[in-house]
Design a protein around this ligand. Structure first.
Ligand SMILES: Cc1cc2nc3c(=O)[nH]c(=O)nc-3n(C[C@H](O)[C@H](O)[C@H](O)COP(=O)(O)O)c2cc1C
Length: 444
């Protein structure tokens, strides 16, 4: 396939102590990271020095749904900052790096989200991005007046209308609506204020938003759906997609599928960047990289490991021995079907027990993992990029700050030396970093 001339895009997926399930037990992490602002400031500044397009902070509006035996041994989703509040704080400690946060469409109202991200875009001078999710954690329903989570397709129908309303609200004011004309006594130009007057199936929103049009026009929209409905939403609205394919072939298929769907929405393929999640274990030699991965995996408590695999696949494995193979059970959660198929295929291919699966995947939450020297890892990243399996990667440090520092100090210079990624920043906004156009207002 043709070599592409343009550069890859890389983001840094921040997770309190790191993405590895046992990260908090490692000396390379900060155990109270979830509520430690100094830790996040240091990590954000590391990522900015390395020139990452953005940092991304995921979310779930509930603790993980797990038995307390497992939950109390894990740092995941039990003690961490609400994303937009944290990013507002990081906006003042950084100058260039993009700031992307998840907010769910299932348990928010569009006006709140439009307002929050418009504010974050102003606070950061054009560096905000919103990862649109419909909520992967069923437990969120229980915190929002419901007994169970919305049905999968309905979640996505709601999300589609939600995003349209949010974009409409961001266009409430023309870019030059605010005059601040003291002498003439005109604060804004009334011709440049627009009420949305939206009445749909799920939302009724008059507008206008009480925040001026964001510096980027619209903050950058991200999405990470794997299902048919998720892919369709991504093709219709997303400008960044986080994906989770484990092989180059599957990633190529996902890549071309999403890009092809975009035509239906009158969008060009280049209006969207697809970034698979990537964890790396690196060392001066491949053997050193493997040892470091094993050392971290050995910190996984078997109860946590088994529960991790169960949650990943949407299966109850509490009656299973970790040294047995995966039982032949259907996933309870439809949204897990895609990842479940991927993982089951891998377990069969490599003859893995439940312990074998968690030892292999917990470091990356079922996403792509590369092991080796920075040169070897950069080789594979380049291969994926040139084969149109992705437009770049969202790096998932196994430990924070340890592995993030390592990525910044060893892998990033290797990618820069090859001309695969930018050196430093050329523009000021997240759209500049991701080479995305600023959207025109619907009223322009
Ligand atoms: C890199 C990545 C980040 C994600 N971040 C979140 C998140 O912060 N919150 C969430 O509820 N789901 C998150 N998801 C899950 C997706 O939004 C989506 O629900 C999942 O991939 C299943 O796809 P589906 O919803 O189309 O069935 C993430 C997925 C990926 C691959």
């Amino acid at each position: 396939m043709d070599q592409r001339k343009e550069k890859m895009h890389i983001g840094a997926f921040f997770k309190n102590t790191g993405h590895h399930i046992a990260a908090w037990r490692s000396p390379d992490s900060q155990p109270d990271a979830g509520i430690n602002l100094k830790h996040y400031v240091a990590c954000a500044q590391t990522a900015e020095r390395a020139g990452f397009d953005f940092l991304f902070y995921a979310d779930s509006a509930a603790t993980r749904e797990a038995h307390i035996d497992s939950l109390h041994r894990s740092s995941q989703y039990t003690a961490y900052f609400e994303p937009t509040t944290l990013l507002a704080s990081l906006a003042t400690a950084t100058e260039r790096i993009g700031l992307v946060a998840t907010q769910t469409t299932s348990y928010n109202e569009p006006y709140n989200i439009a307002r929050r991200f418009a504010s974050l875009d102003h606070l950061s001078a054009g560096r905000a991005g919103w990862n649109v999710v419909t909520s992967g954690n069923d437990a969120e329903a229980l915190n929002f007046g419901r007994d169970e989570h919305y049905e999968h397709d309905e979640r996505y129908l709601r999300a589609q209308e939600f995003v349209e309303v949010v974009k409409g609200l961001w266009d409430s004011w023309d870019d030059d609506a605010f005059l601040y004309d003291r002498a003439g006594g005109r604060f804004f130009d009334p011709q440049k204020m627009h009420r949305l007057n939206h009445v749909g199936k799920y939302f009724k929103v008059r507008g206008p938003l009480n925040v001026p049009r964001p510096p980027q026009g619209h903050p950058v929209i991200f999405q990470a759906g794997i299902s048919e409905a998720g892919r369709e939403l991504a093709a219709a609205t997303a400008e960044g997609v986080f994906s989770g394919e484990l092989t180059i072939e599957r990633s190529q298929a996902h890549y071309s599928d999403i890009k092809k769907r975009m035509a239906k929405y009158d969008r060009a393929p280049d209006e969207l960047r697809i970034l698979p999640g990537l964890t790396i274990f690196c060392g001066k030699t491949a053997a050193e990289a493997r040892d470091r991965e094993r050392e971290l995996a050995e910190l996984i408590h078997p109860v946590v490991g088994r529960e991790y695999v169960g949650t990943l696949l949407g299966l109850d494995l509490s009656d299973c021995d970790v040294d047995d193979k995966l039982p032949d059970r259907e996933s309870k959660t439809r949204s897990k079907a895609g990842i479940a198929n991927s993982v089951k295929a891998m377990a069969e291919r490599e003859n893995l027990t439940i312990r074998g699966i968690y030892m292999k995947l917990a470091g990356s939450h079922g996403k792509l993992t590369l092991r080796g020297t920075p040169v070897e890892i950069a080789d594979t990243m380049a291969q994926w990029f040139h084969a149109h399996a992705c437009d770049g990667f969202i790096m998932q440090p196994s430990t924070m700050p340890g592995n993030l520092d390592e990525i910044a100090e060893t892998l990033v210079p290797e990618l820069q030396n090859r001309g695969l990624i930018r050196v430093g920043y050329e523009g000021a906004t997240l759209r500049d970093h991701m080479e995305l156009k600023r959207p025109r207002s619907r009223w322009a």
